[in-house]
Design a protein. Structure first.
Length: 339
């Protein structure tokens, strides 16, 4: 009897720890999200970055800084960040940014705006930065213009030659753009924009063979509830071409998102090779429906991990959320994959 009980206990403990290992393997990786400030020094965040349950950082690099002059590339900031992160055994996720959300900022090179063949290079767009916040203006690269797209894809090829397999991943920014419907940009159509976005992420996939490739997706202009099949076509394409998907600004079960990208993430759980969701500064402004209570870490976490199927969370380092909610979660070791 004692032998039987001992054997049973051994089997139980084996099953328990096996289940624990499987559960731990399903926990999402945590990357800290940083913006595009050139003065940013990752070393100043070393006490955060080097924690065991932090896999790495996501940094925004703009087209303008990476190609300051036509055909002249400057990847020094990526090189410096990668060198530092390698030294502390952490990973780098690159966000390649072609659009801004402030009217004074242009994230494309000057030659793209000045040479006639690029038709101004950018178009003014509108952004909704958070609940109760005023609408802001910014600029998006004219990716639907073949001449602009050709230069952007040339940048992608040069990045891949230098960093494929060295960086953990690279993502393109959100698909959402909002223009003045009474005066749309030159030659813009929703179809051209969608096809351009698909072509750009395909170019990233074809250039990067070893690093993860991710397209951020939230909305497509001119579409609602997949009525143009942009969303369904993107998810299908991503699933069959080993392209990861993700998105900025998580607001759990927000009605507008539930008519766009969110249900597709849920539907394609396990079919996309990587899902990376970013919890960013505007998300903290939203209140739970019918209440005056902001969303908490548990709300963001459960929605992204359980409903959207995220296996990477790119989390903003804004205070006081960082100290009051994110750091206790990191220290607990229960929410994120720890190495």
């Amino acid at each position: 009897m004692r032998s039987f009980c001992k054997q049973t206990l051994t089997i139980f403990l084996f099953a328990f720890f096996l289940h624990a290992d499987i559960y731990a393997a399903t926990l999402p990786k945590l990357f800290f999200f940083f913006g595009s400030e050139k003065s940013l020094e990752l070393k100043s965040y070393q006490s955060l970055i080097t924690r065991p349950c932090v896999s790495g950082v996501q940094v925004v690099y703009t087209w303008r800084e990476l190609e300051p002059k036509k055909g002249i590339y400057d990847f020094s900031r990526i090189e410096n960040d990668l060198r530092y992160l390698d030294s502390v055994h952490k990973k780098l996720f690159v966000q390649l940014q072609d659009r801004s959300f402030q009217p004074e900022l242009f994230y494309v090179p000057d030659y793209i705006r000045k040479e006639k063949k690029y038709h101004g290079g950018v178009a003014m767009q509108y952004d909704f930065p958070g609940e109760g916040k005023p609408i802001t203006e910014g600029w998006v690269a004219r990716v639907w213009d073949p001449a602009v797209r050709e230069r952007f894809q040339l940048l992608i090829k040069n990045l891949a030659k230098k960093f494929d397999g060295k960086i953990y991943g690279i993502n393109l920014p959100e698909t959402a753009v909002d223009f003045d419907t009474k005066k749309p940009p030159l030659n813009f159509t929703a179809d051209r924009y969608f096809n351009a976005e698909l072509e750009n992420i395909a170019a990233v996939r074809n250039a990067f063979h070893h690093s993860y490739v991710v397209q951020y997706v939230n909305f497509f202009p001119g579409e609602w509830n997949d009525d143009h099949h942009y969303m369904s076509r993107l998810f299908s394409y991503a699933s069959s071409h080993q392209i990861g998907l993700g998105g900025p600004d998580v607001v759990p079960y927000r009605k507008s998102q539930m008519k766009n990208s969110y249900p597709f993430f849920h539907r394609y759980r396990g079919k996309i090779n990587l899902v990376g969701m970013a919890i960013q500064e505007p998300d903290y402004t939203y209140k739970k429906p019918g209440t005056s209570t902001p969303y908490q870490l548990s709300d963001f976490y459960l929605f992204t991990h359980e409903y959207l199927g995220a296996n990477i969370l790119f989390w903003n380092v804004q205070e006081p959320f960082l100290s009051k909610q994110l750091m206790p979660a990191i220290r607990s070791g229960q929410y994120f994959a720890c190495e």
